[in-house]
Design a protein around this ligand. Structure first.
Ligand code: ACM
Ligand code: ZN
Length: 696
C-alpha cells in the first residue's frame, strides 16, 4: 500500500507532495482545447481574493463561463457542511477531483482554490489531466524565502518573477530584507535621506570594503525599482509605488511580504546618514546604533510608522542579529540608560531596545519577528523568533512559549555552496547541497509556525546567480513547509519530482542549479572543468619516480583514479607546484586533491600562494591535516580539514581502503596568473600523491 502511494506521487509529479493523492484511471482533456472554468461561491469568501483569483486565472489563459465548465471551482465554508469527506476548515486546503468528465475543486476559501489551481498547473500535461483525487493542505503556516536586496539590488520585475515561482511551490511568505550596512533600499517620506545610501561607485562584493561611505549620487534619469549600472553608479531603491506593485503582485499569489528594517546592528548605512545616532565614545564598531539615545528610538519609530502603513503584513521584522555590544560597554549614554532602566548587562540593553520596538509595533496591531539574537538578555512578550543559528535557539524559544520560524544555517542558507567549490560560483562558504536542505529534521508542531530559506547576497551579484542559488533548494523548503512530515522519507522520490519542477522552471527561463550532478563530488573519476585545464605546471622538489606524464596529469581535468602510478603525480618530501594560467585572471578557488593509499600519505599541510608576475607571491591560505598534529609552521590560518574522519571514497579488491582529500581554498583574487601549491609532508610519511590542481 505504501509503495503504491509513492508510485502515485511520482506519477503525478506534484511538488510539494500533497497530503493525500490517489491516481485514477483515465484522463480529462478540455473540449476543443478551450480552458474554461466556472466558479460557484458557496457562503462568504473574501471579495478581494475572489477578484484576484479571477484575474490570476485570466493571466494563466483560463476563461470564466457561467454554466458549469470543464474546470469547476466550488469555494466557501458552506460547501463543507454535510457529508463531504474533506471538512476543509483550513483556508489553504482543497479537494481536487479529476474525472473523465472534468475537473472539480472544493475549497473553503480562495487560498485553497488558488493552491488547487497550482496543483492543476502541475497536472497539465499538454492540455491533458490524469484522473486523480487529491486532498491537500499545508503542514505549516509560514512557508517562506528571504531575499537580501541590500548587498545587490533586485528590480521590481525580478522580484515579481520569483513571486511567481514561489506561488507555484505553494510558498506564502516573502521576507524582504530592505536595510543593512551596505544600503537602504526603501524610499520614505519621513526619511528621504536614507536612499542616498542606495547607489555606489562600483559593483563591490564580498564581505569587505562595503561598509564605508563611498556613495554615488542618484543618476538624474534613474527609474526607481530598476538596477542602475550606468556611469560608475551602481544600485537602486524601491519607491512606495514600487512596493505597492510588489505587494499587489504578491497578494494575488497569496504571498504576504514581511518587511525587515534592521536594528540595532547591521546599521552602518543609518549611521552614515545619521552620525548623531552613534554611541558617544570611541567607535569600536561602526555598525551599531546607540540605544542610550532617545533619537535612536525616534528614528526607528518614524521609519516603522511608515513601513507599517505601507506593508499590510501581520509581521514586521526588526533584524536584531549580530549586533556588537562593544560601543555600548563604554558609551556614557548607554550607561545612563542602563542605570535608569535597572539593566545589568549590555545584552539586557539589546533586549530593552527590541522590547520597546515590540511594544510600538504591537500598539499598531502588528506582531514583531526578529532573528534569534533577540532572545539575548530576555525575550519580550509576544515576539516570534526566526531561528537562524542552527535550530537550538528556536527550540529554546518554543520552550519559553514563543512562536518560531526555522531558517537555520544548517539546512536553509541558500548563500552556501550547493556543489563543489571547484565548479560552483564563489559563495560564502559551507556545503549545503539539495540533499542537506531536504534532510532538515523540522516538522510541524506547537509553536513551529514555519520554515524559510535565506538568500544573503554578498556574493550574489547577478539575477541569474540569484535564481541559481534559490533553485532547486527552495523546492525542498517548500516541501518541508507544506507536505506531511511522515511522508518525507525518500530523497530519490523527491528528486524525481524536483527534476520535473526544475525542468519547468528552466523552460520558463529561470536559472537552476543542476542538482543531478551533485553526486559527482563523491566520485574520484569525475572530470573537472576549471581555468587551469591544460595549464603548464612547474614543480620544485623531488619526484618519487620519473614518469613522462608527471606534469600533464595535474591539469588534465581528471582527478586521479585507482591506477596510482599512471594517474597521480607522486613526490617525496616538500613539493611546490606552480600553475601558469598563461594570462592574468580573477580567481575564486584553488584546490588540490591528495591520495592516501599504501605508500602515499596526506600532507601535514597545504598552502596556496598567488602572483601576477611569477616573482612576488602572496599567501592566500593554509589547510592543515589536523589529524597529524600541529605543523611546525607558525600562524596557521585555517584548520578545517581532518582526514582521520574522512570517509574513504571507495574500496578496491574488497580489502584496501583508499581515500582522497581535497584541500580547498576559497578566495577572491584579481589579476592572478600564477598559483603555487606548497605541500609539506608529515614527518616520516614523506611520499604524497597529488592530482588535479584546480583553479576557478
Ligand atoms: C543572519 O544570517 N545574520 C541572520
Ligand atoms: Zn551608546
Amino acid at each position: 500500500m505504501k509503495l503504491l502511494l509513492l508510485i502515485t506521487l511520482a506519477a503525478l509529479n506534484i511538488l510539494p507532495a500533497p497530503k493525500q493523492s490517489e491516481i485514477r484511471e483515465g484522463s480529462y482533456t478540455f473540449p476543443k482545447d478551450k480552458k474554461e472554468y466556472s466558479l460557484c461561491v458557496c457562503g462568504d469568501v473574501n471579495r478581494q481574493e475572489l477578484a484576484d483569483f479571477q484575474e490570476y486565472l485570466k493571466l494563466n489563459g483560463y476563461t470564466q463561463v457561467k454554466k458549469k465548465a470543464g474546470l469547476a471551482f466550488y469555494v466557501g465554508k458552506n460547501r463543507f457542511k454535510g457529508t463531504l469527506p474533506y471538512a476543509a476548515t483550513v483556508d489553504e486546503g482543497y479537494r481536487l477531483d479529476v474525472t473523465k468528465g472534468g475537473i472539480s475543486v472544493n475549497a473553503a476559501a480562495m487560498a485553497g482554490a488558488f493552491y488547487a489551481f497550482q496543483t492543476i498547473r502541475q497536472l497539465d500535461n499538454g492540455g491533458t489531466f490524469q484522473c486523480c483525487r487529491i486532498i491537500d493542505e499545508p503542514a505549516m503556516a509560514h512557508r517562506g524565502l528571504m531575499f537580501d536586496v541590500v548587498r545587490h539590488f533586485r528590480s521590481v520585475d525580478f522580484v515579481c518573477r520569483q513571486l511567481d515561482a514561489m506561488a507555484s511551490m505553494k510558498m506564502n511568505r516573502l521576507h524582504f530584507h530592505l536595510t543593512d550596512d551596505q544600503a537602504w533600499r526603501l524610499q520614505l517620506d519621513s526619511h528621504p535621506e536614507m536612499i542616498k545610501t542606495a547607489f555606489r561607485t562600483n559593483i563591490r562584493h564580498g564581505k569587505t570594503g562595503t561598509y564605508d561611505n563611498g556613495y554615488a549620487a542618484e543618476p538624474p534619469a534613474y527609474v526607481p525599482g530598476t538596477v542602475n549600472f550606468e556611469d560608475g553608479c551602481y544600485g537602486g531603491y524601491y519607491s512606495k509605488e514600487n512596493i505597492r506593485r510588489i505587494l499587489e503582485y504578491a497578494r494575488i499569489r497569496h504571498i504576504e511580504v514581511i518587511p525587515e528594517i534592521e536594528m540595532p546592528g547591521h546599521s552602518t548605512e543609518v549611521l552614515n546618514m545619521h552620525p548623531e545616532l552613534r554611541c558617544n565614545c570611541e567607535q569600536k564598531t561602526k555598525r551599531v546604533v546607540c540605544p542610550g539615545k532617545e533619537e535612536t528610538f525616534i528614528f526607528f519609530q518614524e521609519v516603522l510608522d511608515e513601513v507599517m502603513k505601507l506593508f499590510p503584513s501581520k509581521y514586521i521584522h526588526v533584524g536584531g542579529d549580530e549586533a556588537s555590544k562593544m560601543n555600548w560597554e563604554i558609551c556614557p549614554d548607554c550607561a545612563r540608560r542602563m542605570q535608569q532602566e535597572g539593566l545589568t548587562s549590555v545584552e539586557q540593553l539589546q533586549s530593552y531596545l527590541i522590547g520597546r520596538m515590540e511594544k510600538y509595533i504591537n500598539s499598531k496591531g502588528k506582531k514583531m519577528v526578529g532573528w534569534d539574537e533577540i532572545m539575548q538578555g530576555g525575550l519580550c512578550d509576544n515576539a516570534t523568533v526566526m531561528s537562524w543559528r542552527g535550530t537550538e535557539y528556536g527550540y529554546k524559544a518554543i520552550e519559553q512559549g514563543h512562536d518560531v520560524i526555522f531558517s537555520p544555517t544548517t539546512y536553509f542558507y541558500l548563500d552556501y555552496y550547493q556543489g563543489h567549490p571547484a565548479i560552483e560560483p564563489l559563495a560564502i562558504g559551507h556545503h549545503k547541497p539539495l540533499s542537506v536542505t531536504w534532510s532538515a529534521p523540522i516538522y510541524a508542531g506547537k509553536h513551529i509556525i514555519g520554515v524559510q530559506g535565506n538568500l544573503w547576497c554578498e556574493y550574489v551579484t547577478s539575477d541569474k546567480h540569484f535564481e541559481y542559488m534559490l533553485y532547486p533548494r527552495a523546492l525542498a523548503i517548500a516541501e518541508i513547509g507544506w507536505s506531511p512530515g511522515e511522508k518525507r522519507n525518500d530523497f530519490g522520490e523527491f528528486c524525481t519530482r524536483a527534476k520535473s519542477f526544475a525542468d519547468n522552471l528552466k523552460a520558463c527561463g529561470y536559472a537552476v542549479h543542476d542538482f543531478t550532478a551533485d553526486s559527482i563530488m563523491d566520485e574520484d573519476y569525475a572530470p573537472v572543468k576549471h581555468l587551469a585545464l591544460g595549464a603548464k605546471v612547474d614543480f620544485r622538489g623531488e619526484k618519487y619516480n620519473e614518469k613522462p606524464h608527471f606534469y600533464t596529469i595535474l591539469t588534465d581535468g581528471e582527478v586521479g583514479n585507482g591506477d596510482v602510478s599512471l594517474t597521480w603525480a607522486r613526490v617525496k618530501g616538500h613539493g611546490e607546484f606552480t600553475v601558469d594560467l598563461a594570462k592574468a585572471q580573477d580567481i575564486h578557488y584553488a584546490g588540490v586533491t591528495c591520495l592516501h593509499y599504501r605508500h602515499s600519505y596526506f600532507p601535514a599541510y597545504v598552502e596556496v600562494y598567488v602572483s601576477s608576475d611569477g616573482k612576488d607571491f602572496r599567501r592566500v591560505g593554509q589547510k592543515i591535516s589536523r589529524a597529524f598534529g600541529s605543523p611546525s609552521v607558525k600562524s596557521a590560518s585555517t584548520v578545517d580539514f581532518d582526514p582521520s574522519t574522512y570517509k574513504p571514497a571507495y574500496e578496491k579488491d574488497g580489502s584496501q581502503e583508499w581515500s582522497t582529500a581535497t584541500y580547498s581554498f576559497v578566495c577572491n583574487e584579481k589579476g592572478i596568473r600564477y598559483i603555487r601549491f606548497v605541500l609539506e609532508p608529515r614527518e616520516g610519511f614523506g611520499t604524497m600523491a597529488v592530482d588535479e590542481l584546480v583553479i576557478n
